[in-house]
Design a protein around this ligand. Sequence first.
Ligand SMILES: [Fe+2]
Ligand SMILES: [Fe+2]
Length: 278
Amino acid sequence: MRLLLCGDIVGRAGRTVVIEHMPRLRRELRLDFVVANGENAAHGFGITDTICAELYAAGVDVITTGNHVWDKREIISYIDGDPRLLRPINFPAGTPGKGHGVFSLTDGRKLLVVNAMARLFMDAIDDPFIGLDKLLDAHPLGAVNAILVDFHGEATSEKMSMGHFCDGRVSAVIGTHSHVPTADAQILPNGTAYQTDAGMCGDYDSVIGMQKEAAVLRFVRKMPGERLQVAEGAATLCAAFVETDDATGLARRIAPLRLGGRLTAHWPEVETVGVAAS
Ligand SMILES: [Fe+2]
Ligand SMILES: [Fe+2]
């Protein structure tokens, strides 16, 4: 199965690069399923039902989120009606929405998508390790053809620990939230693809997607700055490409994808259809 996880989509610039390139990415990389983290899609903060519809129309199958999921409050009443929009699985019991879903491809293959959130330097929420452990007991590889985990977190140590914790039990653990791609894409010893952070889909002439002047001033002066505004220059689409073995559910390859905007382009070295990145 060929999967793509796009990191946090930040604002209009991030949405534009994803929507513009997704049809050809699906075609050229022969993607079976696309997941995108949309927690910053609405002007940097949260997501709306309209944006969900735009991303689905472009070819995104499932949208994951994180700490910014409720920034646009209208999504609170929307989320229970949309099984393709996930919030972290380890939010307290009773929270609207779901943290996982089993999705069927048109050819009958099944994929479990999980959205979990880390705790170090983040909000106090339920233990993501226990949450994953329970979920994977209920939905082991074998019952589904592939399992993709979006682990939304700040600390590289906690994300790497989650990778090893899940190694051999899921197809891929890909980090989101830091808005910067890491260069550690690898297949762990027991067969799980891993990358600490996919990076954001956003304007990299910024401070993690926010206009740089105000963001820098917050560090230079020890006083609250003006409200951060989303950066709207040309965005780089950052994602992790994963190919799994349908029989075992384990990973055959993982490669970062970077396309457009300021970051050095990187196209997964896989058999593709058509031309390479521009
Ligand atoms: Fe984010
Ligand atoms: Fe986040």
